[in-house]
Design a protein around this ligand. Structure first.
Ligand code: ASP
Length: 438
């Protein structure tokens, strides 16, 4: 069995934590590919190395703030390098300094240096090979190019244990390109997919996936298993478990993910599988989450069901303004589009409504702002008798007005539209009703 282990930033914050992670690696010789993040926060007030690199980039023409950020990065890595007897840390830091100061350094290159140097030091400490992610991870038009990545990976001849920096690869012009923030999770799954691993262990600082965000419900229940579908829904609806694009490279095989806590390695964690192998009655619901700041556009037209191409006409206007639709609900004579507020970049929400009114031959087009979407995610929710009644009762008892509701037959979510500002209260109410009372 070949395992890829990815360690997150907080698991690698400082030499003590790295030592702990390396003990985990050494404990199983199947742990062959080790993907690492840049060092994260040890204490709440610390700053992640990637954030400090961002400061360096922003202040590259200002001596003092650049120096301040770089000194913190250098101190962090110097402390980590004490793990190894003879790592040339000063040479590496001098080189990094010159690169960050260079007029040729683009933002992605600068941001990638935390992962790069961390992986080099950890490889030395583990006494194994370092493989730069730029050797095989490929991007095309800003997105991961899995085909090209597979081809580049197939040309490598690798043996023994290998440490790989997460978060970046090369674009079609040969420049360093990063994933979006938190993207080392994607590197982990790319490595699992292209090097034929049977298991992807993702090591973080939490005990696994919990039903609710701990900032909203402290100590909510940990779930033992989650399906790929459920994970997609969770990430999409705001639960910060893994990067939302993590599944793509491993979905087909499929390669299971095991989420574990590097600080408490003996705990069972949470398994993420294509299909859950056991669905205990008490574990039907795996997540209660949600996001604020949605807008909703409702378009009504009599006999909408007979209007061929009507929806296409509407969505082409969204496309023209690069507005991504998060959800749609449709009825007989109306259709609703839910869009995150942040999507209105090229045009304001108000002007977009005007544009739709001018171009779409509808009976009525109405916009709602300041909506939140609440999501209950779990296995076969549509097959569970009485769940909606319990949700509505809990929300009513907390004076929360339900504006919309959506439940699909085959999927694993119930999405409820409420007012902005009522999300945390709703999540608490549903947790108490659906989980604590079970
Ligand atoms: N270091 C990057 C970040 O802080 C990537 C990662 O850790 O996944 O976002």
């Amino acid at each position: 069995m070949t395992i890829v282990c990815k360690f997150g930033g907080s698991s690698l914050a400082g030499s003590d934590n790295i030592r702990r992670c390396c003990e985990i690696v050494r404990a199983d010789e199947n742990r062959r590919y080790i993907v690492v993040s840049a060092p994260g926060k040890k204490n709440k007030t610390d700053r992640k190395v990637t954030d400090l690199l961002l400061d360096c980039y922003k202040n590259r023409f200002e001596e003092e703030p650049f120096h301040k950020a770089f000194t913190q990065i250098a101190d962090t890595f110097r402390e980590i390098a004490t793990l190894c007897k003879d790592f040339p840390i000063q040479d590496e830091l001098d080189r990094m300094y010159a690169q960050l100061k260079s007029s040729e350094a683009n933002l992605d290159f600068v941001l990638s240096r935390g992962e790069y140097l961390n992986a080099k030091i950890i490889a030395k400490y583990l006494d194994c090979a370092f493989l730069d992610a730029a050797k095989f991870i490929r991007f095309k038009q800003g997105e991961l190019d899995l085909e090209a990545t597979r081809k580049a990976a197939a040309k490598l001849s690798l043996s023994g244990r290998i440490v790989i920096p997460g978060f970046y690869g090369l674009d079609e012009d040969g420049h360093i390109k990063t994933f979006s923030r938190g993207g080392s999770d994607i590197t982990g799954s790319v490595v699992a997919g292209v090097f034929g691993c049977e298991l992807y262990e993702n090591w973080t600082d939490v005990d696994g996936i919990h039903v609710c965000d701990p900032k909203v419900v402290e100590n909510s229940k940990r779930v033992t298993q989650v399906s790929f579908r459920e994970l997609r829904e969770m990430s999409y609806m705001g639960a910060s478990v893994l990067h939302a694009e993590t599944l793509l490279p491993i979905y087909e095989e499929p390669i299971p993910i095991h989420l574990k806590n590097s600080f408490n390695a003996y705990l069972p964690g949470t398994e993420i599988l294509k299909k859950r192998t056991e669905v205990a009655e008490k574990e039907v619901i795996t997540c209660i989450t949600g996001k604020n700041d949605y807008t909703c556009i409702q378009i009504s037209k009599m006999m909408l069901d007979k209007q061929l191409g009507f929806v296409k006409k509407v969505t082409s206007v969204f496309e023209e303004y690069h507005i991504n639709i998060s959800h749609t609900h449709s009825g007989l004579d109306n259709i609703c589009f839910f869009v995150e507020h942040s999507q209105y970049v090229q045009i304001s929400f108000k002007n977009f409504l005007k544009e739709l009114n001018a171009r779409i031959p509808a009976d009525k087009i109405k916009g709602y702002e300041d909506m939140a979407l609440l999501a209950v995610i779990g296995h076969n929710l549509s097959g569970k008798v009485g769940i909606l009644a319990r949700i509505f009762t809990a929300l009513r008892e907390n004076n929360i007005n339900v504006k919309t509701i959506y439940q699909s037959i085959s999927e694993c979510n119930i999405i409820i539209g409420i007012e902005n500002g009522q999300l945390d209260q709703s999540i608490k109410a549903l947790y108490s009703e659906l989980i604590e009372k079970e």
